[in-house]
Design a protein around this ligand. Structure first.
Ligand SMILES: Cc1cc2nc3c(=O)[nH]c(=O)nc-3n(C[C@H](O)[C@H](O)[C@H](O)COP(=O)(O)OP(=O)(O)OC[C@H]3O[C@@H](n4cnc5c(N)ncnc54)[C@H](O)[C@@H]3O)c2cc1C
Length: 337
C-alpha cells in the first residue's frame, strides 16, 4: 500500500474545493486498511472518504485521508431465492450497484438511481430519493473499527438510521471504515412512484412499467434539475429539509399561508428548506465563486475557485436569515471536514 504525502484533494471532492491531505492512501483490502491504521496512524487524525460528493473541506486535512478502493458486487449464492442478498464492497460506485440490480432483475433500489457517490458512504448517509432510503433494503454493514483494527458487523437496526443519518454519523462518527454492505433485494416488483411528479412522468407506461424505466426516468429528472458536478462544483443538497410537529407547522401556516408541508410516516411535517431559502431571497445569489444554484435553492455551488470558507460563510448567512424570518434552524446535510 502506498501512503502519499501532501496529496491534493480537489479532484476527490465534487465541490472542487482546493485542499491537501497530509497523507493519503487508497485502500484495496482489509489487510491494507489494518496496516494503514496500525502503528504510526493509530492515534493520528484519520478521515475516510468515498467519492467526496457530500463533503466540504474548510481547509487542509492534517492527518491520513483514506479512500476505499475495495471492489466487487455479487449475489450471495443459495440464500433466499425470492429476496436475494447482494454484497457490495465500499469502493464501488453506488450507480454500479444500481446497474447490477437492474441487470439481474432485482428490485428495491431503482428509485436511488443516479445518486453520486460510493457504496461505502450510502449507509453512512442513509441515502434517499423519490420515497426510498437505503435503510428500506439494507440487510447489514461490515466495517473495521479504525482505532482497534477489529471487524464489526451492524444489522439494519444497529445502524440507527434516521433522515440522512446513521450511527456512523452519530455515536460512531469517524470511528468506522465501511468495507462492504449487504442489501436484501426482491425478485418481485413493488414500485414506488408516488413521489414528486414521478407518477405523472410514468403515466403513459402502463404495463410497460419496469425498474429500468423508473431508474431511467429518475436519471433524466435529476439531470434536468441538478447541476452536474463535473461542470459546476456542488455536493447536492447542502441543507436537510426541516421536520416540525403538526402544531409548529400550523402556527407557521397562519403566519406564512403559502408555506408547503408534507406529512412524514413519523407524523412530523417536512418543510422543504429550498422554499424557505428562496423566500429569503437567496436563490441565484452569488458572491465571488460561491453561490446558491439558480435552479434549486438547496444547492450551494462553486463556480470555480471558491474556498471551503466562502461556501461555509454563505451557508451561515443563509441559516441566519432563515432563522430570523421563520424561527427554523437549518441543519447541514453535507459533512464539513
Ligand atoms: C448532484 C448531487 C446530487 C445528490 N443527490 C442526492 C440524493 O438524491 N440523495 C442523497 O441521499 N444524497 C444525494 N447526494 C449526496 C451524496 O451523493 C451522498 O451523500 C453520497 O452517499 C456520498 O457518497 P460519497 O462516496 O461521495 O461520500 P463522501 O462525500 O466521500 O463522504 C460522505 C460521508 O461518508 C463517510 N464515508 C465515505 N465512505 C466511507 C466508508 N467507506 N466508511 C465510512 N465512512 C465513509 C465520509 O467520512 C463522510 O462523512 C447528492 C450529491 C450530489 C453531488
Amino acid at each position: 500500500m502506498k501512503i502519499e504525502e501532501n496529496f491534493p484533494l480537489r479532484q476527490l471532492n465534487t465541490f472542487g474545493i482546493e485542499a491537501f491531505a497530509r497523507y493519503f492512501a487508497a485502500i484495496k483490502s482489509e489487510d491494507e486498511l489494518i496496516e494503514a491504521v496500525s502503528g504510526k496512524f493509530r492515534s493520528d487524525k484519520v478521515l475516510v472518504i468515498g467519492d467526496g460528493s457530500n463533503i466540504v473541506f474548510k481547509g487542509d486535512f492534517d492527518g491520513l485521508v483514506m479512500k476505499s478502493a475495495m471492489r466487487g458486487i455479487r449475489i450471495i449464492p443459495e440464500h433466499d431465492l425470492d429476496n436475494p442478498l447482494v454484497e457490495a464492497h465500499s469502493g464501488e460506485s453506488w450507480q454500479n450497484l444500481v446497474d447490477f440490480a437492474l441487470s439481474n432483475g432485482l428490485y428495491g433500489i431503482e428509485n436511488l438511481a443516479a445518486i453520486p457517490g460510493s457504496v461505502g458512504a450510502a449507509p453512512v448517509q442513509n441515502i434517499g430519493a423519490y420515497g426510498v432510503e437505503i435503510r428500506d433494503v439494507l440487510h447489514s454493514v461490515e466495517a473495521i473499527d479504525i482505532r482497534s483494527g477489529k471487524s464489526i458487523a451492524f444489522s439494519n437496526s444497529e445502524c440507527e438510521f434516521g433522515y440522512r443519518h446513521s450511527i456512523f454519523k452519530g455515536a460512531l462518527n469517524g470511528r468506522c471504515f465501511v468495507t462492504k454492505i449487504l442489501l436484501k433485494l426482491s425478485k418481485t416488483p413493488s414500485f414506488k412512484i408516488d413521489y414528486s411528479g414521478l407518477r405523472q412522468k410514468l403515466s403513459s407506461a402502463g404495463s410497460q412499467l419496469s425498474a429500468r424505466l423508473i431508474a431511467g426516468t429518475i436519471e433524466k429528472i435529476r439531470r434536468e434539475r441538478l447541476p452536474d458536478p463535473s461542470k459546476i462544483g456542488n455536493c447536492g443538497s447542502f441543507f436537510k429539509n426541516c421536520l416540525v410537529t403538526e402544531d409548529a407547522y400550523n402556527e407557521l401556516k397562519c403566519r406564512f399561508p403559502a408555506i408547503p408541508g408534507f406529512e412524514e410516516s413519523s407524523g412530523l411535517i417536512k418543510i422543504p428548506s429550498a422554499w424557505l431559502i428562496e423566500e429569503c431571497g437567496w436563490k441565484g445569489y452569488r458572491r465571488g465563486d460561491a453561490a446558491v444554484y439558480p435552479g434549486h435553492a438547496l444547492i450551494l455551488v462553486n463556480y470555480g475557485n471558491a474556498a471551503g470558507a466562502d461556501i461555509l460563510t454563505l451557508a451561515e448567512e443563509i441559516t441566519g436569515s432563515v432563522y430570523e424570518r421563520f424561527g427554523l434552524m437549518l441543519e447541514l446535510e453535507a459533512q464539513v471536514i
